[in-house]
Ligand binder design. Structure first.
Ligand code: NDP
Length: 338
């Protein structure tokens, strides 16, 4: 199958690229710069004849994907991952909402206008588009694909983290609306992960530019939380390799169309992460938090749960354990020089 992958230099997308190539797909990827393209290509010399790329410097520009979707041989599927995930913003509208929303709609419009052979578009959404902050940590709540974040345009402007959650919610809503109103030749599937941990591919990152969801692990082994760490804000996690596999399965399995997939391995706490690092990497003993968190890092009344049955049944995902994920994340940080 010929597949277009956007934002391939990202933490998650770099794993998607690897699976696509190893599964024998013919891949075109988009990245912002020539340098990022070359770094990715150099990781897969054996697949050189199955991979090409197009530079898309800014997904927030309408029409950004018009050229990227035109291909001979033509595409059958598109995996759209590119979207800002960081909190270093001064303008929520321009730096978070627009790239997320315009980026997503530009991919869909381009596919409809110029790539009539595309049958499936897989979009990386998020637990951010599912969670409802009014629910807090309520232990009686079980989140699933049926839930939508009720965030408003106004709340989106409150701070960068609400801005990010809104960007994912509004972008995903725009995608489902596009399919309903435009009735294109393709259907859509979304992958909605919570906090993603797991190994960082060395061709995509340096220690100075660690992706947002792994920052905490690097901070822990660099001693930033020596004097204690707060409770985590989100108690659900998943390994990047499962997230990547889900994107590929959702791109090729006919029955994945029209569905959201809540990709969640389970609950975790910061204390559990600390304990795993201490067990496997005793060299960090002196820089990890000295005091144990109360209640092993969970709220004393408990916390919400998640239903991951659709991802197991429809996509065949078998979830990687927190222990393996954190162990492999730290190993990858050591490769980067930590
Ligand atoms: P990364 O920051 O590593 O990847 C983001 C990718 O999007 C990068 O390739 C980045 O390019 C690209 N990008 C961002 N803004 C633009 C823009 N304006 N123009 C062109 N490219 C842009 O993060 P992740 O891999 O973690 O995130 C990938 C996707 O997964 C995102 O959609 C994110 O919302 C989603 N997600 C991530 C979770 C996590 O915990 N990691 C959880 C849930 C969802 P560049 O590097 O050149 O800036």
């Amino acid at each position: 199958t010929r597949i277009l992958l956007t934002g391939a230099s990202g933490f998650i997308a770099a794993h998607i690229l690897e699976i696509l190539l190893k599964n024998g797909h013919k891949v075109r990827f988009t990245v912002r710069t020539e340098e990022k393209a070359q770094a990715l290509l150099s990781a897969y010399p054996e697949y050189a004849s199955n991979v090409d790329y197009v530079l898309v410097p800014d997904i927030a520009v309408p029409g950004a994907f018009d050229e990227a979707v035109k291909s001979d041989p033509p595409f059958e599927a598109i995996i759209h991952t590119a979207s800002p995930f960081h909190f270093r913003v001064t303008d929520i509208q321009k730096q978070l909402l627009e790239p997320a929303i315009i980026g997503t709609t530009s991919v869909l419009k381009a596919a409809k206008a110029y790539a009539p052979t595309v049958k499936r578009v897989v979009i990386t959404s998020s637990f951010a588009a599912i969670v409802d902050r009014a629910i807090g940590n309520d232990p009686s709540k079980t989140y699933s694909e049926a839930d939508w974040n009720p965030i408003t345009e106004e709340q989106a402007q409150e701070n960068a983290s609400e801005g990010y959650r809104a960007s994912k919610t509004f972008a995903e809503k725009a995608a489902w609306k596009f399919v309903e109103e435009e009735k294109p030749n393709f259907d859509v599937a979304t992958i909605n992960p919570p906090l993603v941990y797991g190994p960082i591919k060395k061709e995509t990152s340096t220690l100075k530019q660690i992706n947002t969801s792994n920052e905490r692990i690097l901070d822990l082994i660099q001693g930033k939380y020596k004097d204690g760490i707060a409770q985590t804000a989100v108690f659900l996690w998943v390994d990047v390799r499962n997230v990547a596999q889900a994107h590929v399965e959702a791109a090729v399995r006919p029955d994945a169309g029209g569905k959201r997939f809540f990709l969640v391995a389970g609950k975790f706490s910061n204390q559990e992460v600390v304990d795993i690092i201490a067990k496997h990497y005793p060299e960090y003993k002196d820089v990890l938090p000295k005091e144990r968190q109360e209640n092993d890092g969970f709220p004393k009344d408990g916390v919400y749960s998640a239903d991951n049955s659709r991802s197991r049944q429809v996509l065949g995902i078998e979830y990687i354990s927190l222990e393996d994920s954190i162990k492999d994340t730290v190993a990858s940080l050591k490769v980067l020089g930590a």
